[in-house]
Design a protein around this ligand. Structure first.
Ligand code: PLP
Ligand code: COI
Length: 340
């Protein structure tokens, strides 16, 4: 398919309407087989469950053009599984994994002209989501649901691309113990909007949230997990039941151990010990690995030795290996790359 006329290297992380999207409906206890549509708009009842009680969850994954010109996606099976976990927590029906992966294939194929070329720095972001669509006025789950998936070409999530960012310790909590922090519920993001607007107004790129119970441990940021590198090159990431199990983070921990021969550790990370780390990065589908140069805790600056100009050396190796696997330059572990 002929590529669209887009200035790939200069796009940001925004919505560009593409040609086709996928829609499936759940009614009378079953999903229909789903189909592509041209219509980007949704018409629903004024009392739809999603509009009243935010019964919605979503996913995010990307399609890449590899060095040898194929289009691939990265571990879509894990997005399918996580959407099933989110749906279960929100009392929504689970979309079968095979249908999810088939929808990814259909959407990417139908919008192949929007998949950024290899080496452009851009990728195709795919957004699957599901919501309660029939009228619900008492507090209860909907009976009918819609699953949709659209895609949009994107550049870097943080302006400046690979330049280190500054994040601040948030006074707001993102997720309660035993809440919904471990699933990708729209409500988690709704409640982060005030914190992110405030962070931007104060000149910070993102918020890092602490555990709500003790406010002593690092959780994650609004849209990414966090990793640290110790001064002796160990990769450390927080363990918590209230953070999203990032597919990027799980993949990076594997890459660190099995490709780079580094020691890895998933454990509770205290805010107090952050000053002792050598490097820090935010990881996620949108963020890839965005280096953090500085964390500000109520005016107190924690500056990582890697500085504000460049990614730290270990972060850089992780970034290069992961993106190398995604773009087909480095051999992937079995099952990670799904060719469209
Ligand atoms: N944490 C949050 C809150 C997110 O929104 C995301 C984005 O999906 C992530 C972590 C990263 O997850 P993944 O690597 O699966 O994209
Ligand atoms: C993703 O990385 O896919 C996300 O959902 C993060 C979002 C904040 C853009």
């Amino acid at each position: 398919m002929e590529k669209k006329n887009i200035d790939w290297s200069n796009i940001g992380f925004g919505y560009v309407q593409t040609d086709k999207r996928y829609v499936a409906n759940y009614k009378d206890g079953a999903w229909d087989k789903g189909a592509l549509t041209d219509d980007p708009n949704i018409v629903m009842n004024e009392c739809a469950g999603v509009l009243q009680y935010a019964q919605t969850c979503f996913e995010g994954l990307k399609a890449y053009t590899t060095e040898d010109g194929h289009i691939v996606t990265f571990r879509p099976d894990l997005n399918a599984e996580r959407l099933m976990d989110s749906a279960a927590r929100l009392e929504m029906p689970q979309l079968p994994k095979e249908q999810f992966i088939d929808a990814v294939d259909q959407v990417v194929k139908a919008n192949a002209g929007y998949v950024p070329p290899y080496g452009s720095g851009a990728t195709l972001y795919i957004r699957p989501y599901m919501f309660g669509i029939n009228p619900v006025i008492g507090v209860k789950p909907a009976d009918e649901y819609q699953f949709r998936m659209f895609c949009t070409p994107v550049g870097p999530y943080f302006k400046g691309g690979a330049k280190p960012i500054t994040i601040r310790v948030s006074d707001f909590d993102r997720a309660a113990p035993h809440g919904t922090g471990h699933v990708k519920a729209g409500l988690n993001y709704a409640m982060s909007l005030h914190a992110i607007v405030d962070a931007h107004q104060q000149g910070y790129d993102e918020n890092v949230y602490l555990d709500a119970a003790t406010r002593t441990k690092i959780e994650e940021t609004g849209g990414a997990n966090i990793i640290f590198v110790t001064k002796d090159n160990k990769v450390v990431t927080p363990k918590s039941d209230s953070i999203l199990p990032s597919i990027t983070r799980r993949s990076l921990m594997y890459v660190a151990e099995h490709y780079l021969g580094l020691e890895v550790e998933q454990r509770e990370v205290y805010l107090d010990e952050v000053k002792d780390f050598a490097e820090c990065g935010l990881c996620g589908t949108a963020a890839v690995i965005s280096p953090v140069g500085k964390i500000v805790d109520h005016g107190k600056e924690i500056c990582f030795p890697s500085g504000m100009e460049e990614m730290g050396p270990v972060t850089k190796k992780l970034y290069e290996t992961l993106t190398g696997i995604q773009m087909g330059r480095i051999e992937a572990p079995e099952g990670w790359i799904h060719r469209i």
